[in-house]
Design a protein around this ligand. Structure first.
Ligand code: SF4
Length: 220
């Protein structure tokens, strides 16, 4: 995609949704971190259902330690890998309480050193909680970047690096949420809704399809 088209691409997503927000429920950087750790291989909706059981009571690492692993497990047992996630959350809470004065660190190295926190989770926290221009490439962003030709890549890291190279600074802060939401609601995995897609004329995949094929493809 040409630079002028990329600018147009994000301009249109911005016009539709000037202030895109994560769909994970959270109240502060710590609860965001917990929600993102829980969201690995789980939908935001399922995470929000689980976290509403304890986020009123638990909003700090020390409160989580007081709450306890067994109680946490009970709240999140509807989410995949809940035992491992509960263990990681207790351990990372212990580290934050004892080594970071209960605060979530704002640098990638410290975040990625926490149990259960990989590059993707760190990117979400840095972007959403601290306003840093990072991009966490999940399944939605991976699909949109490759289909559109915006930033093709064979791995999430390759797509992340490509996006960081091509997305203009002006759009970088919100690019993460715009691309996720576009992938979640329009450029969906099985039947992308090309007929109602605001960036259809800029999209590499749409250009390869006949108008009729697009109509069929887009029929949900
Ligand atoms: S035109 Fe279709 S394939 Fe391209 S971004 Fe839009 S929904 Fe996705």
């Amino acid at each position: 995609m040409k630079a002028s088209e990329i600018h147009e691409f994000f301009g249109r997503l911005a016009a539709q949704d000037p202030e895109p927000r994560t769909e994970l429920a959270y109240t502060n950087p710590y609860t965001l971190l917990i929600a993102v750790v829980l969201s690995a291989q789980a939908t935001d909706k399922s995470v929000n259902i689980a976290t509403q059981r304890f986020f009123k009571e638990v909003r700090t690492p020390q409160a989580m330690l007081d709450f306890g692993e067994a109680a946490l497990q009970e709240c999140i047992r509807s989410i995949g890998l809940y035992r491992t996630k509960a263990k990681n959350i207790m351990e990372l809470s212990r580290i934050l309480a004892h080594q970071f004065q209960g605060q979530v660190p704002q640098d990638r190295t410290s975040l990625e050193a926490l149990p259960g926190v990989g590059r993707k989770t760190a990117n979400v926290v840095l972007n959403v909680a601290f306003g840093q221009p990072t991009l966490a490439v999940d399944t939605h962003i991976f699909r949109v970047a490759n289909r559109t030709g915006l930033a093709p890549g064979k791995t999430p890291r390759a797509v992340e690096d490509a996006l960081l190279q091509v997305v203009p600074d002006a759009w970088l802060l919100h690019a993460h949420n715009w691309l996720i939401l576009h992938g979640r609601y329009v450029c969906v995995a099985r039947s992308p809704k090309c007929n109602v897609c605001c960036v259809r004329d800029l999209c590499a995949q749409a250009r390869t399809l006949e108008p009729r094929a697009i109509a069929v493809e887009c029929h949900d």
